[in-house]
Design a protein around this ligand. Structure first.
Ligand SMILES: [Ca+2]
Ligand SMILES: [Ca+2]
Length: 86
């Protein structure tokens, strides 16, 4: 039932809309320990092969971690730089 699953997922995460629709990773999935920020270590687990340089670019306020507001950037970055390069 792939189709109904996709519909439900899209409905629940509709507010995260800035991340591109295809294959976007949810913030809660990326934040493995649930502390509200995604460290580079956590990011690597869901964005396979992402370099730290690119991770840092998504950290727009420069505090060293990616929070929920910055997370769509990380998603988009991964989509643009890694998913299209297959
Ligand atoms: Ca975390
Ligand atoms: Ca940050």
């Amino acid at each position: 039932m792939k189709r109904s699953f996709r519909y439900t997922a899209a409905a629940t995460t509709a507010f995260v809309l800035t991340a591109s629709a295809a294959g976007a990773v949810s913030f809660s999935r990326a934040d493995a320990n649930g502390d509200g920020v995604v460290t580079y270590q956590e990011a690597k687990r869901v964005f396979h092969g992402m370099s730290e340089v690119h991770y840092r670019k998504a950290d727009t306020n420069g505090d060293g971690v990616v929070d929920q507001r910055e997370f769509p950037l990380l998603n988009n970055m991964y989509d643009m730089l890694y998913r299209n390069n297959r």
